[in-house]
Design a protein around this ligand. Sequence first.
Ligand code: HXC
Length: 259
Amino acid sequence: MSYETILVEQRDAVTLITINRPQALNALNTQVLAELSDAFAKYDADPSQRCAVLTGSGEKAFAAGADIKQMADKPASDFFLEDFFSGWQRDVVATRKPWIAAVAGFALGGGCEVAMMADFIIAADTAKFGQPEIKLGVAPGMGGSQRLTRAVGKAKAMEMCLTGRMMDAAEAERASLVSRVVPAADLLDEALKTAATIAAMPPMATMINKEMVNLAFESGLNQGVLSERRLFQILTATEDKMEGMAAFVEKRPGVWKGR
Ligand code: HXC
């Protein structure tokens, strides 16, 4: 598969994957998901590769969310019938080998959710995390309400989901959303150095350590993510979803009907 929306390079035993749609702040459309699914599957299957880093191109965003323009006119039945967003759980979360998210700038909505799919996040001091879906008349649909709550606890997760407030890098480190914060100029070097350290560890022990920590984190999670996806798909049927996404595209505030 040749890639148009991501870049993949191998640096010794480390695979660097870059979401490469800087003109759309690396918004995650279905092509990005298809290409990431392929890249993560190849990484997982290649014995020469021992750790991966996922980052976004440009300084402004890791990813500013799922692609609102692609979702704006989609009927609710399509979201349900395609089991929209399920590929992230099936292909990206399922990666057995470790991978790190290196986040600079905005990680919003689906961008925050994809960062939280990583085994851990290293953040630049410019990073901003948020789940602003409520402003579009919807809710997280790629695990955000579940993973954010497990990572930072109910109070912050609830506030962020209900208000759309962004968390800066310092707050994200205090709240244990990220493992550490580094100056933006050092982000990629630090992430690649950390990945190289992991890549030098015994491969099976690495995979099993990952599985163990995830076991502690994920008990009950699958049901939560499935329930979240169904609820998200139901929200795509509301008039306020149509209005929220149309308002974004037309660069005006949304006017809500409450249905
Ligand atoms: C599609 C997006 C986008 C997105 C930004 N862009 N985010 N396109 N989907 N999620 C595009 C803009 O339309 C614009 O394109 C270009 O990227 C630059 O963005 P600007 O808005 O001009 O930049 P700025 O003024 O600096 O504001 C940055 C921003 C803002 C605060 C991050 O772009 C923003 O609020 N984006 C949306 C964030 C969001 O709501 N994410 C959650 C999405 S829903 P043009 O062509 O105009 O130059 C989600 C999952 C749930 O992720 C699904 C619900 C159905």
